[in-house]
Design a protein around this ligand. Structure first.
Ligand code: HEM
Length: 390
């Protein structure tokens, strides 16, 4: 096949293209220079075998060699991930509910005021894009006055791969801007690390510097791991919130059902993420000639599991194209699978559910005033969401 997944048309509506790839076979060669898999079972197999399908070289090029998202070796990966595992378990995350709800309320205050005055407001700019970044910056221990800057750096990192993985690392302006942002963030975070090493508090940077593995890490490695969290914790959840706001604006029936029964919330937000996932493509590289369902992927070939396509695989889900907030089927691939599955699942879910509750409470009825544009393919969410009261 010859498919460009990064054209405006595909970004606007990837679903017909993804269905064609999924039906073309378990793993399909794209003339653009990589193998693609759009079937749930095959994507899971790829993620479950980092010894056959490595995150290297693309993931370390983006996050840095020492980030645990960049490490295939299970023992080393798990050792590093352990420094934050407790903080991200459900019990630890549940304690953040009030903090998250109050950030949502604070951000909604000016938006509600403007909506009541008859204005149109952009929910991406006013709420979705920044809320998760404030939460993770707060958890890391970044003081309030620097949180805006952290968000700006993280946004530049996100923009650096918006055109896909075929990047000229020497000249691509978006990549170079992302690299500059990483350096600036690093220079700031290293000061924070030194400060917390000397005077620990409860935050994630203090937990890292004082954990047994943290004590063995270089400052560079600590910076890279913190930056990974800042990026992964903000750009992803921001897009999930965008998809939720979009669904609530387009589907008054869903809004009515959630208002009538808030117990539906958990299933509803999770279903939005299955149906409109944020992370569509994750890069891997074949280590050796690897056979998958009768196809041999040669050593060194780029392999891209397509998570959004897998989330609508009819072999796994009944009626996969339908958004069904009462769906009780199997977990989707939206948060990845196996060794690198998302450490932030419970945090992201808490943010999605608390923010949705706050929106339902504060803006009971609204409509979208424009057809929305999407931000990209690899990380896909609404670029803007202008809404007005109806
Ligand atoms: C909607 C929200 C989110 C989505 C869709 C999402 C998605 C993912 C996916 C697909 C992966 C697998 C990456 C791979 O296999 O290469 C991943 C890993 C990861 N995520 Fe998330 N994520 C979200 C929120 C968060 C949050 C809130 C945090 C932290 C604050 C976070 C931190 C991470 C980290 C550190 C990893 C690497 C885990 C490892 O290698 O062990 N994510 N995420």
């Amino acid at each position: 096949m010859d498919v460009d997944l990064y054209t405006p048309d595909v970004i606007a509506d990837p679903w017909p293209t993804l269905a064609t790839i999924r039906e073309a076979g378990p793993i399909v060669w794209n003339e653009r220079g990589y193998w693609m898999s759009a079937q749930d079972r095959v994507c899971r197999r790829i993620f479950a075998h980092p010894e056959n399908f490595s995150v290297k070289p693309v993931v370390p090029a983006f996050f840095g060699e020492d980030a645990f998202i960049s490490i295939d070796d299970k023992a080393r990966h798990n050792e590093l991930r352990l420094m934050w595992s407790d903080a991200f378990r459900p019990a630890g995350i549940a304690r953040l509910a009030q903090m998250v709800h109050s950030i949502a309320d604070r951000m909604l205050d000016p938006l509600v005021e403007r909506l009541e005055a008859g204005e149109t407001v952009d929910m991406v700019e006013g709420l979705c894009r920044h809320l998760p970044a404030y939460v993770i910056a707060h958890m890391l221990g970044v003081p309030a006055e620097m949180q805006g800057m952290m968000i700006e750096w993280s946004d530049k990192m996100a923009a650096s791969t918006a055109g896909g993985y075929d990047i000229d690392y020497e000249t691509d302006p978006a990549w170079l801007a992302g690299e500059a942002a990483k350096r600036d963030m690093a220079a700031y975070v290293v000061d924070l690390i030194r400060e917390r090493r000397a005077r620990p508090t409860e935050d994630l940077i203090s937990q890292m510097t004082h954990s047994s593995v943290g004590k063995t890490l270089s400052e560079d490695a600590m910076v890279i791991n913190s930056r990974q969290l800042m990026f992964a914790g903000s750009e992803t959840t921001a897009n999930w919130l965008g998809h939720i706001v979009h669904v609530l604006g387009k589907r008054p029936d869903v809004r009515r059902e959630l208002n009538a029964d808030r117990a539906l919330m958990r299933g509803a937000t999770e279903e939005v993420l299955r149906w409109e996932p944020v992370v569509h493509a994750l890069p891997r590289t074949a280590v050796g000639d690897i056979e998958i369902e009768g196809v041999v992927v040669p050593d060194g070939a780029a392999v891209v599991p397509l998570l959004g396509a897998a989330n609508r695989d009819p072999r796994r889900y009944d009626n996969p194209e339908a958004l069904d907030i009462r769906r009780s089927g199997p977990a989707s691939l939206a948060f990845g699978f196996a060794i690198h599955n998302c450490i932030g699942i419970y945090l992201a879910r808490l943010e999605a559910d608390q923010t949705t509750a706050a929106i339902l409470d504060r803006i009971p009825d609204y409509e979208l005033t424009e057809t929305i544009r999407y931000s990209g393919f690899t990380l896909r969410g609404p670029a803007a969401l202008p809404i007005a009261r109806c």
